[in-house]
Structures are given as structure tokens and as C-alpha cells.
Design a protein around this ligand. Structure first.
Ligand code: SAM
Length: 387
């Protein structure tokens, strides 16, 4: 009947709200199959994303949809995200869910016995006391438009409310717990029948008016831990020093090798010209930073021939490195102790091995041995030239 399906429209309503309002901590009550949480995990502003449901088996079965995927590990970002799933009832208090920015309750309240609704309001509005609550529930007036429907839309529904019924419950909660509410919905009725039927799903968006501390309810000074944590995952983030260091090291190794290869290719071409020595010297000056060394046995034991790539070349040549480290100093600090990276004595350049098979047979040693550069002298010259 609806395109996109009503289920998707409800979730899109929340996603649009999140895009506009950028909450950092979000909990989805009655999260079921975790499909709303799965959509929300892509929103970079959210740092803590929590689901709660009475059906622990369903959560355990579906929790994998919330796990990081391989790109989250291979290309971590500065975004921070922790996802948690709790087994518990929304009629119980749990201190870990207090003070969130957003609580969503999508197609949940109609599954609660009517007698539990006051307790739900007290827990959600009074105890959790988030900034915003989004509650959706069927609009029973719309049921007339479902051919052949008698009774409720779902066998587990304990009630379905008209717009007036939902609104009077919502306004009562607002006056008791210090919120204001806007009513809206998804699932449009046929054109011209809006007044008569309203939306298929009615939605209340509640905004807290009072400071939470000015509206303490009951014994909320006690810490309640009534939910069971079933799943908790912290996504890899570049704000974690070790992850940042690994990302920087891998970029440095990649770019040092890439710059070396580029230079070697150009050098090989020039060797075919008449006066290779001068050309290569010129090349060295043009590149202003990548040069042969005869190696420094104290710094690298693997080979006696190396290529030295100044850090400032890497930092300016690789935009990702400047984005990750913000300064040349930070770059040096991050890689200084990494066992995969060899730095020269004054820590201004990365030393990488020159592998002979990288060059063609006819003469790498000629070039190497013709005395272009002794590592330390060359570096000093180069750094002087480059400022
Ligand atoms: N919110 C989800 C969605 O939009 O797809 C699922 C809605 S499903 C119709 C209702 C969910 O509420 C079920 O997963 C059910 O297990 C859960 N539920 C029912 N009573 C609950 C309670 N007292 N506390 C927490 N969850 C409850």
C-alpha cells in the first residue's frame, strides 16, 4: 500500500531528524531486528548508539548487523562510535540510559499492556529524561482504509489509538515531566482525506523543556542496573592513538616507496641520455628531496644502500598524511618509535631500502657507485636548500 514501505518511512523519519539535529547519544527502545540502529550507525555525529528490547534472542541473532565492517578497520576515520545492545524492559529503569540526546520508540507502546503505560512515561520522560523523544504508534482511524481488517493491525498489539487518544496521553506526559510535543506522522491517506483519516502511523516528537535536575522523579538518585548488556562494540577510530599511529605508518611506508619508485623510473629514463651524471644531479635538485645514499650501517642493517625520503616531502606530497597528523612535528612524533620505520640521525627523513632488482641490469651500481651522495652530507645540503 505504501511506497516506500511504512516501516522504511518511519525509520527515514528518524534518520532525517538525526541529520538535522545531530544527536550524539541515541537509544532505540524496542529496537527489534536492529534495522533502525543499522541505519543510524552511519551518522558520524552519533558517538553512542544503544538498542533495548525485551526479546534477547532476537537481539543476539541480529547483533552482527551492527558490527564494524572491514572498511571500518582498513580506513578508520576520526568518528567515534560505540554500539550497545541491552536486554530489558522499557518499564524498568537503568541508569546507563539517562540523559541521552534522543530516545526513539518506534511501534513499541502498542505492545505494552495499557497498565504499563504510566510506568513507560515515568521511565522514559521522568527517569531517562532525554533531550528529545520520538514515539510512533498506529493511528486506528486509518484502519478503515485497510480492506478486510478487523481488530488490530498486529496480533500482539494491546491497543491502537485514535489521534485524540494518542494526543491526550502525550500531553499528559508533557505536563507531568516537563516536555512539549509536536504531532506528525508518516503514511499519507488518499488525497483529500487527510482531515478524516490522518497519517497511517502517528508520531509525537517530544522536546524537554526543563533542566533534568529540576524535574527529578522519585528515587532517581539510586543507580539502577536492570538491563543486561548483550553486545558492546567500539568502532576503530583515529582518535585512538594506536590506530592513528598505524594509519600514519602505513601511509608513510606507502608514500615513501611510491616516491622512490617514481624517482627511480625517471632516473632510469635519464640514464639512457648522453650525460647521465649531470642529469641525475639535476634530477636530484628538481625533486629536492629524494636521493641516493650509500647507507648508514648504524641506522639500517638490512642493506648498505638506501633511499632517503625527507619527511617534509611526504607531508606535503601526501594530503592524507597532512590531514592525519596536522603538522610535520606530529608526523615525526607518531612514527619515531615504530619498528617498521627507519629514520635518519636527525629524524628528518625516512630511510628505505633500495632493492637492486628494482633497476634494470645495465647499471644501477654505476649510478650508485659514481658517488652521487654520501647520506649525511647530502641530507644536510638538501635540507639547507629546501629551507
Ligand atoms: N522498533 C522496531 C522497528 O521499528 O522495527 C521494532 C518494533 S516491534 C513491532 C516491537 C518491539 O518491541 C519488539 O521487538 C518487542 O520485542 C519489543 N518490546 C515489546 N515490549 C517491550 C518492553 N516491555 N520492553 C522492551 N521492548 C519491548
Amino acid at each position: 500500500m505504501f511506497r516506500p514501505s511504512l516501516h522504511l518511512q518511519r525509520h527515514q523519519f528518524v534518520v532525517d531528524f538525526v541529520k538535522r539535529n545531530k544527536p550524539k547519544q541515541v537509544v532505540d527502545l524496542g529496537c527489534g531486528e536492529c534495522s533502525l540502529l543499522q541505519k543510524l550507525k552511519f551518522h558520524s555525529e552519533i558517538e553512542l548508539l544503544v538498542g533495548v528490547d525485551l526479546n534477547g534472542a532476537k537481539l543476539s541473532k541480529k547483533k552482527h548487523v551492527l558490527a564494524p565492517v572491514s572498511t571500518d578497520y582498513l580506513q578508520p576515520t576520526f568518528k567515534q562510535l560505540c554500539v550497545q545492545l541491552y536486554h530489558g524492559s522499557v518499564t524498568q529503569r537503568d541508569v546507563r540510559l539517562r540523559g541521552f540526546d534522543l530516545v526513539t520508540s518506534i511501534e513499541l507502546i502498542e505492545h505494552l499492556p495499557l497498565d504499563d503505560l504510566d510506568q513507560f512515561s515515568e521511565v522514559v520522560f521522568g527517569y531517562m529524561a532525554p533531550q528529545t523523544v520520538i514515539i510512533s504508534t498506529p493511528n486506528s482511524e486509518f484502519n478503515l482504509l485497510f480492506p478486510g481488517l478487523s481488530g488490530f493491525r498486529h496480533g500482539d498489539h494491546k491497543f491502537e489509538w485514535t489521534r485524540v487518544e494518542f494526543q491526550s496521553w502525550a500531553l499528559k506526559a508533557c505536563s507531568e515531566y516537563g516536555f512539549k510535543v509536536e504531532f506528525t506522522g508518516v503514511g499519507e491517506p488518499p488525497p483529500g482525506q487527510e482531515e478524516r483519516f490522518g497519517f497511517c502511523t502517528q508520531i509525537g516528537v517530544f522536546h524537554r523543556l526543563l533542566d533534568r535536575d529540576r524535574h527529578k522523579s522519585g528515587d532517581d538518585v539510586d543507580n539502577h542496573f536492570s538491563y543486561t548488556l548483550l553486545y558492546s562494540i567500539k568502532y576503530p577510530s583515529l582518535r585512538d592513538h594506536n590506530i592513528l599511529r598505524k594509519a600514519v605508518v602505513s601511509e608513510v611506508l606507502y608514500w615513501a616507496e611510491k616516491l622512490k619508485q617514481e624517482w627511480l623510473e625517471e632516473l632510469t629514463e635519464k640514464r639512457e641520455e648522453e650525460n647521465p651524471v649531470e642529469d641525475c644531479v639535476r634530477e636530484r635538485e628538481e625533486h629536492g628531496g629524494i636521493f641516493w645514499t650509500k647507507g648508514d650501517e648504524h641506522e639500517c642493517h638490512m642493506s648498505h644502500r638506501h633511499v632517503s625520503v625527507p619527511l617534509h616531502k611526504l607531508w606535503t606530497g601526501c594530503p592524507k598524511l597532512s590531514e592525519l597528523t596536522e603538522s610535520l612535528h606530529n608526523l615525526a612524533q607518531l612514527i619515531i618509535d615504530d619498528p617498521q620505520i627507519k629514520l635518519n640521525q636527525d629524524q628528518s627523513a625516512v630511510i628505505i631500502c633500495f632493492l637492486e632488482e628494482d633497476l634494470e641490469d645495465d647499471g644501477p651500481n654505476d649510478l650508485m657507485d659514481s658517488g652521487y651522495v654520501e647520506a649525511n652530507n647530502m641530507e644536510k645540503e638538501l635540507w639547507k636548500t629546501d629551507g
